[in-house]
Design a protein around this ligand. Structure first.
Ligand code: SAH
Length: 196
């Protein structure tokens, strides 16, 4: 598992915004992710009305699924285009408001109130702003974080979850010498050391 070739790679926020503008969003799954269906029971663990966090959410349709099941969804995404497309793709009315604690950030909330998407960098969030979560769906998130920012990302995620939370993490397995990523290859051993 030589990940040396990816260690130095950096994708800037500007590059992510460009991917959205150009429609280079091959990561987006129109049908949703089969692994969420498969592991839904693990995420919910018999509980209802959870607060579920979607880091680096894009316009993931799983946010709609879980909201329709009665959970309350919070996502964070730097692309305002992605956030707006989420609401328009599902014909959901929303309102938009500034986030007083974060300069330049906006929060987009469905009119029904159960989906709140923060448009800012995830690194601007803290539990004093978004509270703590009972569940996390991390798909295309840890693996999209620049390798140099992984520990910072994981420490933040740990600070955002309640004691009895469930965290579903999807990674991809491939030879990191053959593709530059993202998604980056994050070996299981690194996941263990990152999350402790
Ligand atoms: N999780 C989503 C999107 C994965 S792609 C899905 O499953 O479809 C990664 C997303 O993270 C992109 O939409 C990108 O715009 C966003 N992103 C990248 N860096 C970010 C950051 N620092 N803060 C918030 N969002 C970010």
């Amino acid at each position: 598992s030589d990940v040396g070739s990816q260690k130095e790679r950096v994708v800037t926020e500007e590059e992510w915004l460009q991917k959205w503008e150009m429609g280079n969003i091959g990561f987006h799954k129109e049908q949703g992710h089969p692994l969420l269906q498969k592991y839904l029971d693990v995420l919910l663990n018999g509980r209802s009305g959870l607060r579920i966090f979607f880091p680096l959410c894009g316009k993931a349709v799983e946010m709609k699924w879980l909201a329709d099941m009665g959970h309350s969804i919070v996502g964070v995404e730097i692309s305002e285009q992605a956030v707006k497309e989420f609401f328009s793709d599902h014909s959901l009315p929303y309102c938009e408001e500034p986030v007083p604690e974060i300069l330049g950030a906006k929060m987009f909330q469905s009119t029904s109130g159960n989906i709140s998407l923060y448009c800012c960098s995830i690194y601007d969030l803290s539990s004093s702003i978004v509270g703590k979560f009972d569940g996390v769906w991390d798909r295309g998130a840890l693996v999209a974080v620049n390798p140099c920012d992984r520990q910072r990302y994981v420490s933040l995620m740990i600070s955002l979850v309640e004691k009895n939370s469930s965290y579903l993490l999807v990674t991809v397995s491939y030879d990191p010498n053959k593709h530059q990523g993202p998604p980056f290859y994050v070996p299981e051993s690194e996941i263990k050391s990152l999350f402790g």
